[in-house]
Design a protein around this ligand. Sequence first.
Ligand code: DOR
Ligand code: ZN
Ligand code: ZN
Length: 377
Amino acid sequence: MITLPGLIDTHVHLREPGATQKEDFETGTKAAIAGGYTCILDMPNNPEPTITPGALEKKMTLTQSVILNSFQDPQHKMPKQVRHDNMSSRIYCDVGFHFGATSKSTQYFKQVKGKVFGLKVYMNHTTGTLLIEDKIILKDIFVRWPQDKVLMVHAEGPTLKKAIDLAGQFGNKLHVCHVSQASELSLIRQAKQDNLSITCEVTCHHLFLTENDQKTLGSFGIMRPPLATKTDQEALWTGITDGTVDTIASDHAPHTKEEKANTPPPNGVPGLETTLPLLLTAISEGRLTVDKLIQLTNTNPRKIFNIPQQFDSVVEVDPTRNYTLDARRLFTKCAWTPFEGKKVTGKIKRVVLNGKVVCKDGEVLNPPQGKVIYPTK
Ligand code: DOR
Ligand code: ZN
Ligand code: ZN
């Protein structure tokens, strides 16, 4: 048995509010806990995006549900009084939020600074409406977001160069999401050598799948950035070994099977419940070490995003146990995985959150123990 600190996923799309046919706070955080994550950060690209303090507040409120206490009036059959003073958590793990960048959301940057972990800037087209390509707007965003807080970019291929140039010019703390190409990694390596404040993340779909798998997976292998070549994939593993890659995130981006069958299909794949088993498999094959896994999924994310320490929060895994990934055992509402049928080595036995066992042998225990978290600075 190996005991790991509870994993942190800084890149999750929980979909509530606005797209709860795909996922909601309950199902998404249940999937997180079942996957060994005790802390996740939610992305802003909902149909009603997290681009105002009100939208942020609404998400936070939705993580709780009101317990309606009814008191029976002895004279009458109907409940006489309903009290709304009891709140209970709907989230199974701790959840923090990211803010979205638009030309207008800049006015709220100071106001939300202490409540969110990072700003997400979508510089290429993907799910949602947050795309920004206009140079003047981009500059305004980079200038106005606090320099000591993470500015995350979705910037693929040549777009990444633009993001790095802007961050270099305005001194931002840049975090590059889902690096998928060797050329992107070279740019990041160079920027690190130039002493820019830059970190980056890779996902398991880019680490374990290539464009060849996309042919077999069809629309279920479509995401942004797309699956890349074998050479790109190898470059990501080299980036892990040589320290260029700072974090591994799931980029859990659930869509229903019906939605994925549309033409064109929406971009994205779920990942919360398959990431740790895949990484444990890489350990069993000698491609990753336990220390490196902890660094990429706990120590570095906590440091980069100023995530508060979680006490007595661990994942116990059996590193030798073989099993097959099977969508029927998943908690994510979308109920599919691009890794269906894959044989993995390493099974999650128990997850402990704040001293309480919250998952045992594949069963997520009630009531939910998660809370909304805020950055330490
Ligand atoms: O594949 C993706 N799906 N890439 C993104 O950048 C967004 C995500 C989503 O929200 O569906
Ligand atoms: Zn993205
Ligand atoms: Zn994403």
